[in-house]
Design a protein around this ligand. Structure first.
Ligand code: NCD
Length: 319
C-alpha cells in the first residue's frame, strides 16, 4: 500500500480530470482488496487509527455520506458527520468560515459535498488537510466514477474497448462528467444519450458521441448508465412531462434490446422508478448492477481515504 501512495501524486481528490491511467488503476486495485476485506465478518482495520475524517455535506445524500462514514470507520478513523441542517451555516456563517473552523480542529481528511461547482476546489486551497470531493454542483463526483469503474472492471475484466452509454440528464450530472473523464482515460468509448435540452453544449469536445434517440445510441453498447432527472438543479422546464420522458428516454426491456445481448445496467442512485428506468428492469439481477455499485462504493472510499491519508503534503500539493 505504500507503493500505492508513492505513485499517487495528489494531495486532494477533487476530480477525475487530471488523474493518470496509472493513478486510477492504483486506486481501483486497492479498492479491490477492500472489497474482499468488507466481505469478512470482522471488517475493521487500524490503518487510519488516530486519524480524523469529517464529512461536510451541504446537500442531501444517502449513499455517498454513509459509505464515506463506513469506509472511515472500517479503517479505524474517527469520523464526524456534519450536515448543513445542524451547522452554523444556518446562522449565516460563510462556507469558508465554517471550513476554517473545522480546519482548526485538525482533521486529516475533509469530505465535502456542495451544490456549487468549484466550491470544493476553493475550500481545498484554504485548508491544511486533504479534501475529497463528494460531489460539487454539476462539476465532478470522482468517487462515484471510481466505484462505477470498479463495478464494470469486476464484471468485464477491464474498461478498455468497452462502449458505455450514459443516458438522461447529462446537463446537470456531475456523475456523467466524472465518468466521461474516467472512461476516456481508461480507453473506453463513451456515448451520451438524452434530449437536446439536457445535453451540455460543446460536450462533444470531450471526445464523446452524442445521440438524441435511445435505440440508436444504445446500439452495440456494453454498459448502459442511467441518470436521474435532477430537478433540483433545473430552473424552468427541461422536459415536457414525466410520461413523455419515460416513453422516449426511460430504459425498459424494449429499448435495451438495442444494446448488446449481455449489456449491463447501472444507476448511481437515487433512482426514480418509472421516470428514467423501468422498475422491474432496475431489480433484474441478470442485468442490473445497481446494488453492486453501492457495495463497491464503500471499498472505493476506503481506498481513497487510505491513499490520501498516506500521501504527504509535499507531493505536488494543491492538485
Ligand atoms: C448522485 C449525485 O449526488 O450526484 N448520487 C450519488 O452520489 N449516488 C446522482 C444523483 O443525485 O442523481
Amino acid at each position: 500500500m505504500t507503493a500505492t501512495t508513492l505513485r499517487f501524486r495528489h494531495r486532494h481528490l477533487l476530480g477525475i480530470e487530471g488523474l493518470s491511467r496509472e493513478e486510477i488503476t492504483l486506486l481501483l486495485d486497492l479498492s479491490q482488496a477492500y472489497v474482499d476485506q468488507n466481505r469478512r465478518a470482522d471488517k475493521k482495520l487500524s490503518t487510519l487509527r488516530g486519524r480524523t475524517v469529517i464529512n461536510l455535506f451541504f446537500e442531501t445524500s444517502t449513499r455517498t455520506r454513509t459509505s464515506f462514514e463506513l469506509a472511515g470507520k472500517r479503517l479505524g478513523a474517527d469520523v464526524i458527520n456534519m450536515s448543513v441542517q445542524t451547522s452554523s451555516i444556518k446562522k449565516g456563517e460563510t462556507l469558508i468560515d465554517t471550513a476554517m473552523t473545522l480546519n482548526a480542529m485538525r482533521p486529516d481528511i475533509l469530505v465535502v459535498r456542495h451544490p456549487d461547482s468549484g466550491a470544493v476546489n476553493l475550500l481545498s486551497q484554504k485548508l491544511d488537510c486533504a479534501v475529497i470531493n463528494g460531489g460539487d454542483g454539476s462539476h465532478e463526483h470522482p468517487t462515484q466514477a471510481l466505484l462505477d469503474a470498479l463495478t464494470i472492471r469486476r464484471r468485464r475484466g477491464g474498461l478498455e474497448g468497452l462502449t458505455v452509454a450514459i443516458c438522461g440528464d447529462i446537463l446537470h450530472s456531475r456523475v456523467a462528467r466524472s465518468n466521461i473523464h474516467l472512461l476516456a482515460i481508461m480507453g473506453a468509448r463513451v456515448r451520451l444519450i438524452g434530449p437536446p435540452t439536457l445535453m451540455p453544449s460543446c460536450i462533444d469536445r470531450l471526445g464523446v458521441e452524442v445521440f438524441h434517440d435511445m435505440k440508436r445510441g444504445l446500439a452495440g453498447s456494453d454498459i448502459v448508465m442511467m441518470l436521474r432527472l435532477q430537478t433540483e438543479r433545473m430552473q424552468g422546464s427541461f422536459v415536457p412531462s414525466i410520461r413523455e420522458y419515460f416513453r422516449f428516454f426511460g430504459l425498459d426491456y424494449e429499448k435495451l434490446k438495442s444494446a448488446k445481448p449481455d449489456a449491463l445496467i447501472m444507476h448511481p442512485g437515487p433512482m426514480n422508478r418509472g421516470v428514467e428506468i423501468d422498475s422491474e428492469l432496475a431489480d433484474d439481477i441478470d442485468r442490473s448492477l445497481i446494488r453492486e455499485q453501492v457495495e463497491m462504493g464503500v471499498a472505493v472510499r476506503m481506498a481513497c481515504l487510505d491513499t490520501l491519508a498516506r500521501t504527504d503534503a509535499g507531493n505536488e500539493a494543491g492538485s
